[in-house]
Design a protein around this ligand. Sequence first.
Ligand SMILES: [Zn+2]
Length: 466
Amino acid sequence: MSDSPDSAVRAFIEGHRAAFLDDLVEWLRIPSVSAEPARAGDVRRSAEWLVAKLAGTGFPTAEIWETGGAPAVFAEWPSGDPDAPTVLVYGHHDVQPAAREDGWHTEPFEPVIKDGRMYGRGAADDKGQVLFHTLGVRAHLAVTGRTAPAVNLKMLIEGEEESGSAHFADLVRANADRLACDTVIVSDTGMWSEDTPTVCTGMRGLTDCQIDLYGPDQDIHSGTFGGAVPNPATEAARLVAGLHDEDRRVAIPGFYDGVVELTDHERELFAQLPFDEKRWLRTAHSHAALGEAGSTVLERIWARPTAEVNGMSGGYQGPGGKTIVPSSAQLKLSFRLVAGQDADAVQRAVRQWVADRLPEGIRHEITFWGATRPCLTPLDHPYLQSVVRSMERAFEQKILFTREGGAGPAADLQDVLGVPVLFLGISVPSDGWHAPNEKVELDLLMKGVETAAHLWADLAETGRAR
Ligand SMILES: [Zn+2]
């Protein structure tokens, strides 16, 4: 690694910064709110805008992909080198709803640059982070003297991520051939903070269910029958009470089967993050931290599977008393999954656990709403190392690692395409995703451009790992 390509990249980006920001302002003015049917035309306009921008950037293929819902955008730029790896960049061009009266200081769809930040809905989530790839690839070409990227570059930019990605898995499955790649780069995430650049290495998975418990055929008198027949509300509570053991580990037999444990090295790296529990508790709106024994807060939310009671109901909820044995009760449970866990096996384990614990006379039904698989890229994966190196060159700082506790459509890409998912995001927690006054830090945005500019050459050198 020499200094000169890095400063050449920096100079190129600096020279194009103003025009790039103008582009972003133009795109942010299109209110592509996928959740609002009245904005469907704007979501389409946003897709068309992006197609034109990608074509103008040099992508020989840039087109709209229709879905059962909002349109996605696909673009492709072959390297021309038969040995080049193929990379698919994922992001989304739709945004969360926003209205001035929600507490915005400026018009959400009239971007404003102030104090090194651009304010506007979608500035960070996700238009800014999609757009940095356009200037990134141009800087890559300018500095390497290439006419096509060093990798076969594909982009898939979804149009309904903010309204649940209902058609995304189908879209990926239907187009798996054209999306085939060696790795996916997700640019829809963030870093630890402005001062602590990080790479996210994985996301937890999720499966959730509703358990309906039925006892007597109708509510019955608790004096006449209570104490002599099974009570579904009591049984629901017994299930919940048995969900965790004394160490607050999930007590469902088989739940932890296959779990990829954190290595000592990973725990050390997590511990290097400047985590402030008091501050974190404020963002959690909680009064204390509590979870599985033997794990830190970050380990619990990033790397440990969990079982959570989302809701429980049953019996009489009205004013005053009503002395009954209710006829039914209901639980809603969710399970966060980590790498190595199989969502189907977890669902089977939950079914077995419930069936084993309920007494005769309680009938039950379990409905699983679905499953999102976890994804995790090992720290020593060569492609992940490429991302880290590229970020280090851009940020001139050591890069640490985070994970994401939530689940996302990235897992669909991993599942269908069967490749590792990497995350390249420069957003920070203060950016206000989904909140009023969303912004992006312009310096970080340009670091994103810079990272993208280094990444394609580095990945090409790392070569095909498949
Ligand atoms: Zn997003």
